[in-house]
Design a protein around this ligand. Structure first.
Ligand code: PMV
Length: 368
C-alpha cells in the first residue's frame, strides 16, 4: 500500500484548483479627478445613483497607481495585498482597498489567486480638502481591468472602459466618470444614448469646443476633513422630504445642460451649474441631522464672483462639492482676467492662499 502524505495531497489539490498559476506582470495608470456639473447625491443598492450626473474630467489633479502581481505560492481564499501610499506602507488605506478587492471578486475571479503590490500617489497635496477617491478608485479600477485583460487576452476597447468604469463605481460612485476624456455621464437618462446606472459613458463628441478646454480653479477655503462622509450624505437623502423633487430636477437639469454643452450656451450652463451646487448644499442643510458644509469664506467668494461677473461681463461660474472649497469654471479665453481677479480679490479668503489651477483633461493615461 502506498502512503500519500496529506500535505502532498493538499498541495496537488490546490494546484489543480488554482487556474491562475505562474502568472506575473505589472501595470500602471494615471487617472484624473472629476468635478460634477449635475451632481450625484443619493444612491441605492450596490452604489447605484438615484439620478444621472455629468462631470468635467480634470487634468492636473490625478492619482498614479502601479500594481505588480504574481501567483500565490499557496492558493487560499484570501486577498493578499501590500499597499504603499506615496512611498510608505499605509495600513489605513490598505484595509479599505482590501475590503474593496474582497467585494469585487465576483467580477475578477483571479484576485484570490494573486499577490498584489499596489503603490499609489496623488498629484495634489494630501491635506487640501480635495477628495482623492474619484481619481484613486479610477486608477485602481483601470489597473485591475488591465490585469484581467493581460490574463484573459484582449477585450474590445469599449468594453474595457465600461468595465473599468463599473469597477470604479463600486469603489466610489463618482469615480466611474473619471475613466473618460473631457466629460462623462453616469446614470440612466433618456437623452443620453447607452447611459447606464452601472457605469459611466463618454459625453464629448457633440460638445462645443469651448467646453473642452474649460478651466477649473479650485479655491481651498479649508483643508479640514469633511464633517460628514459622502456615504453618510447619500444615505441622508433617503429621509429627505425633497428627495423626489430633487431627482426630477436633476433629470431636467441634465437634459438642459447637455443642450448647453452642445450649443456653447455659457449663460444657461452657468445658471444650472451654480443651481446644482447650491441645491446639493441645501439638501444637506435640510437633512436630518442637518449639515452646513459651506464656511463664511465660501459665501464671500460666491458673492465676489457674482459681482465680478456682472460688472465685467465675464463668463465665470462656480460649483461646489460636498465641502467648503469653491471650483471656479471659466473658458480658457478668459483665463487672464479671471486669474488676475483670483489673485487680487479671492486669495485672502483661501486657506494659506491655496488655489489649484486645473482644467478639463483628456482622461486617464496608461503608464505601463
Ligand atoms: O462618489 P461619492 O460617493 O464620493 O459622491 C460624490 C458626490 C458629489 O461629489 C457631491 C457629487 C458628484 O456627482 O461628484
Amino acid at each position: 500500500m502506498i502512503f500519500v502524505s496529506p500535505f502532498f495531497y493538499l498541495a496537488t489539490q490546490i494546484s489543480i484548483l488554482n487556474p491562475f498559476q505562474n502568472i506575473q506582470g505589472e501595470t500602471a495608470w494615471r487617472a484624473p479627478s472629476n468635478i460634477a456639473l449635475v451632481k450625484y447625491w443619493g444612491k441605492y443598492g450596490q452604489q447605484l445613483p438615484r439620478n444621472a450626473s455629468i462631470s468635467f474630467t480634470l487634468k492636473n489633479a490625478f492619482t498614479e497607481t502601479a500594481v505588480k502581481y504574481y501567483s500565490k505560492t499557496k492558493a487560499d481564499n484570501n486577498i493578499d495585498i501590500q499597499f504603499f501610499f506615496e512611498g510608505k506602507a499605509n495600513p489605513k488605506f490598505a484595509e479599505k482597498i482590501h475590503k474593496f478587492l474582497e467585494s469585487i471578486v465576483p467580477h475578477f475571479p483571479f484576485l484570490p489567486y494573486l499577490t498584489l503590490e499596489i503603490s499609489s500617489q496623488n498629484s495634489f497635496p494630501h491635506s487640501t480638502g480635495i477628495a482623492s477617491s474619484a481619481s484613486s478608485m479610477a486608477a485602481l479600477a483601470l489597473c485591475l481591468t488591465t490585469i484581467e485583460e493581460q490574463i484573459n487576452g484582449d477585450m474590445l476597447a469599449r468594453s474595457f472602459l465600461e468595465k473599468a468604469s463599473m469597477i470604479a463605481r463600486l469603489g466610489s460612485g463618482s469615480a466611474c466618470r473619471s475613466v473618460y476624456p473631457y466629460l462623462a455621464v453616469w446614470g440612466q437618462h433618456d437623452a443620453i444614448q447607452d447611459s447606464s446606472n452601472e457605469y459611466a459613458v463618454p459625453f464629448y463628441e457633440q460638445v462645443h469646443p469651448i467646453f473642452k478646454s474649460f478651466k477649473d480653479a479650485i479655491l481651498i477655503v479649508s483643508s479640514d476633513e469633511k464633517s460628514v462622509s459622502s456615504r453618510a450624505g447619500h444615505a441622508l437623502m433617503e429621509g429627505n422630504p425633497f428627495a423626489d423633487s430633487r431627482y426630477l430636477q436633476a433629470k431636467t437639469h441634465l437634459t438642459t445642460i447637455t443642450d448647453c454643452l452642445k450649443h456653447g450656451d455659457l449663460e444657461k450652463f452657468g445658471e444650472i451649474v451654480e443651481n446644482e451646487a447650491l441645491t446639493l448644499h441645501a439638501l444637506m442643510m435640510c437633512s436630518t441631522p442637518s449639515y452646513m458644509l459651506m464656511l463664511p469664506n465660501t459665501l464671500k467668494i460666491i458673492d465676489l464672483i457674482k459681482t465680478f461677473r456682472t460688472e465685467k461681463a465675464v463668463p465665470l461660474y462656480y460649483t461646489l462639492d460636498a465641502g467648503p472649497n469653491v471650483h471656479l469654471l471659466y473658458p480658457v479665453g478668459n483665463a487672464v482676467e479671471v486669474e488676475t481677479f483670483i489673485q487680487q480679490a479671492l486669495l485672502p479668503y483661501c486657506e494659506q492662499q491655496k488655489v489649484i489651477f486645473d482644467e478639463v483633461g483628456k482622461g486617464p493615461i496608461r503608464l505601463k
